[in-house]
Design a protein around this ligand. Structure first.
Ligand SMILES: [Zn+2]
Ligand SMILES: [Zn+2]
Length: 347
């Protein structure tokens, strides 16, 4: 293969993902070129592939994927850190630090966010702003695939902070996919004493049990709202986390919370959708409803630290490993599979 070319998974549109030889990026001022050592699939990628995307966040065609880790192979003019040979990962977003939202410290809501795509390729060019704002060095003792999971974990940590999970809480999680499971691991570390998780797929529930869920609900077999009530002496959960991203489960989450409880609507729903909320629930029930979008650079750093210190073991969430050229097949597997959660992709 020509040295100036690389293999990459190009996204052209809904359900149109192709492996192609494209030009290997070159570094400019402040930029860093990374040889990708591992990337991981993400529910967000699957959603974009199946049902489209927000143009603000991804412009097509583009190299696809956003969870990756690798080794620096070239640095542009003016780069003082990182060095060639360093193991790094970068967040898929870099806030501008100048807009109104950044000025209030709400970096995840930056009005001029720079998004970074291109994980499913041999190389990725990290833009200067991302190098400065949201790039982390990976400690030697953790694998590249684990480091890649810092991205979804960062989002989950941000969500858990918004939900205020604390010692002694009963937490109900809707959805036992990778995000629901990361919420499970995080809630446990934060001191939740009872964690209930619901899903439609039995295999996933069994997996959640292995990861420490106290109670599982198969939503095919019983009404999950009733089940949460039954498992909480009729009260409902202190904190409910919706980790699917559908209006119907967003509404379900509201009915699972106890009086005075907290609902974290975490999963992003299809564009244009709405939910109905009972005014009584909010008024007489004093239920707080919060959502969480993405994460800030601080959470990316914290996520990697929690993985590196062994505080959170994210390894079990990677259930399969595949080469880059089979990326389209990897997403087909994720769409149909009952037991696959995240697939690590190797160029
Ligand atoms: Zn992701
Ligand atoms: Zn900003």
């Amino acid at each position: 293969m020509n040295d100036d070319l690389m293999q990459a998974a190009m996204l052209y549109g809904v359900k149109d993902l192709r492996i192609e030889e494209v030009e290997k990026p070159e570094v400019g001022l402040g930029e860093v070129l990374v040889k990708i050592k591992a990337a991981t699939t993400c529910g967000t990628d699957l959603k974009i592939l199946q049902r489209g995307y927000l143009e603000r966040i991804i412009q097509l065609p583009t190299v696809f994927g956003h969870e990756w880790a690798g080794e620096v192979v070239d640095i542009g003019e003016g780069v003082v850190w990182p060095e060639v040979g360093m193991r790094i990962r970068a967040g898929n977003s870099a806030p501008c630090l100048r807009c109104r939202m950044c000025g209030r410290g709400q970096y995840n809501l930056c009005e001029d966010m720079l998004w970074l795509w291109g994980a499913y390729a041999e190389y990725i060019r990290v833009p200067a702003r991302t190098v400065l704002v949201n790039t982390q060095q990976i400690p030697q003792h953790i694998s590249y695939e684990e480091a890649a999971i810092a991205e979804p974990l960062a989002c989950v940590l941000h969500g858990a902070d918004r939900a205020g999970v604390k010692l002694g809480d009963t937490v109900a999680i809707i959805g036992a996919g990778p995000i629901g499971l990361l919420h499970l691991l995080t809630a446990r570390k934060l001191g939740a004493t009872k964690i209930i998780i619901s899903d439609l797929i039995e295999e996933r529930l069994m997996f959640a049990q292995k990861l420490g869920a106290d109670e599982t609900i198969n939503a095919n077999e019983e009404d999950s709202v009733e089940a949460v009530k039954r498992l909480t002496n009729g009260h409902g959960a202190d904190v409910v986390v919706e980790a699917i991203g559908l209006p119907i489960t967003w509404e379900q989450a509201l009915r699972m919370a106890r009086k005075g409880g907290m609902v974290l609507e975490f999963g992003g729903c299809p564009l244009g959708t709405k939910i109905t909320v009972s005014t009584e629930l909010i008024h007489y029930g004093e239920v707080t409803i919060r959502a969480a979008f993405h994460a800030t650079p601080l959470y990316f750093k914290r996520a990697l630290n929690l993985i590196a210190s062994g505080t959170l073991d994210v390894k079990p969430i990677i259930t399969r490993r595949m080469p880059l050229k089979e990326i389209a097949k990897a997403f087909e597997i994720l769409e149909k599979s009952k037991s696959d959660l995240k697939i690590a992709i190797f160029p």
